[in-house]
Design a protein around this ligand. Structure first.
Ligand code: SF4
Ligand code: SF4
Length: 400
């Protein structure tokens, strides 16, 4: 039996629902998305995952984050007007979405900003669960301790917490002291609430972003994930783009869709290949090799799956897409922003296909704007910023 089969079987024995969910989404990404891409002429069957960005506001200011932040001043690439951080979709509009989509059984993935800052979070989860749908939250974990019992009682399926390394590394990446300790207290409170209520949910998953600040300490994350009682550990590589790719993207978006696509600017990062940088890459390669040795029974995935010898090229050659030459994500998942706008892309949300405030979601999903985006994307294979977007690698996530 291959190592991969053993890991799938291990995951299925440990958490059958999580394994089924992963298998279903992997199949949809790999087969359904590819089918629609090939034969759909821009159309797609209803999405497997609906990602609701509940709030643009956040209670942290992480170093690697490319989202607008409330403390930025006009002129700063991360500046947005105050109204932007107050946007939120009403429960009535979300309810309409749930009613429309529930027969297709999408997973509802709640994120932000920080999703716990959405004022009706628990009522929304209750409505998603009442419709019989799987609900996941991706959070920085600062508010888990306060809401541990409500989280368990809500019936939430998955809680994904971001962890970037041991306490000092995590706090440095997240930009504030004591954040790791607060997360740890939240995870403990959640375990205690699950125990008191006799519940196995929400399942806890740990997600780490690989960025220069934690290159040398990645292999410290599996023991932390185990200590947290996590069911899996997923690493995403940090997203970024270069000035050349960003400007090419902006020009292309103007020509194709007549929009001013500026969301790449906060993700700008140019890597200088000096001696110090090369040494950091070497440290990262060694950490990746350690990760492979220490996975044991903890499912650890890398997205994208980059081999140690490809690390340098990930950071220095943004044209490199590691064999992923087409984006199928825009056929299988969709992003709804805090003002109700629907966009195909998570962190480059310049193109808006419609708003769920005005229209049923499915009219937007296969409406003229969405189809135009998918058709142009297929014609170009990828847009310039796509190579460092994690959704490009959706169907190539692998166990280490
Ligand atoms: S918690 Fe998430 S949204 Fe908030 S600053 Fe950090 S990376 Fe950005
Ligand atoms: S890979 Fe490109 S098209 Fe696909 S979701 Fe990311 S930015 Fe959008």
């Amino acid at each position: 039996m291959s190592a991969l089969s053993r890991k799938w079987l291990g995951l299925a024995a440990r958490n059958p629902r999580l394994a089924w969910d992963k298998a279903r989404i992997t199949l949809r990404n790999r087969l359904g998305g590819r089918w629609d891409y090939t034969f759909g002429n821009g159309r797609a069957r209803p999405p497997a995952t609906l990602c609701l960005k509940l709030s643009n506001a956040c209670n942290l200011r992480c170093r690697m984050c490319g989202q607008p932040r409330e403390n930025a001043r006009p002129g700063d690439p991360k500046y947005a007007p105050p109204d932007f951080f107050r946007q939120s979709v009403s429960l009535d509009v979300y309810q309409r979405l749930i009613d429309e989509m529930k027969r297709f059984r999408p997973t509802l993935y709640l994120w932000g900003g920080e999703p716990f800052l959405y004022p009706h979070l628990f009522e929304l989860i209750a409505r998603i669960k009442a419709a019989g749908l799987v609900c996941q939250i991706n959070t920085n974990g600062l508010l888990i301790e306060k809401h541990a019992r409500e989280l368990v009682e809500s019936g939430l399926d998955d809680l994904i917490v971001s962890v970037d390394g041991p306490a000092e590394v995590h706090d440095a990446v997240r930009g504030r002291r004591g954040v790791f300790a607060r997360l740890q207290r939240g995870v403990d409170a959640l375990a205690e609430a699950r125990r008191q209520l006799g519940s196995r949910t929400p399942v806890l998953r740990v997600r780490g972003t690989i960025c220069p600040e934690n290159f040398a300490s990645l292999s410290e994350l599996p023991p932390i994930a185990r200590r947290f009682g996590a069911d899996s550990l997923n690493f995403n590589w940090t997203w970024f783009t270069t000035r050349q790719a960003g400007q090419a993207h902006q020009a292309l978006m103007r020509r194709l869709f007549d929009i001013d696509a500026r969301s790449w600017i906060p993700f700008l990062s140019e890597t200088v290949l000096d001696r110090e940088t090369r040494l950091r890459f070497e440290a990262l390669s060694a950490e990746l090799q350690k990760l492979q040795r220490q996975a044991g029974d903890l499912p650890i995935t890398l997205s994208p799956h980059i081999r140690p010898d490809q690390v340098e090229s990930y950071f220095t050659d943004v044209r490199q897409s590691f064999g992923c030459r087409d984006c199928f994500a825009v056929y299988v998942k969709s992003y709804i922003l805090p003002n109700g706008d629907v966009t195909p892309c998570p962190d480059f949300p310049d193109y808006i296909a419609g708003s769920i405030v005005d229209k049923p979601f499915l009219e937007i999903w296969n409406g003229e704007h969405y189809r135009a985006w998918r058709r142009e994307l297929k014609k170009h294979r990828l847009f310039p910023v796509c190579t460092r977007c994690c959704d490009l690698y959706l169907s190539s996530i692998q166990f280490v």
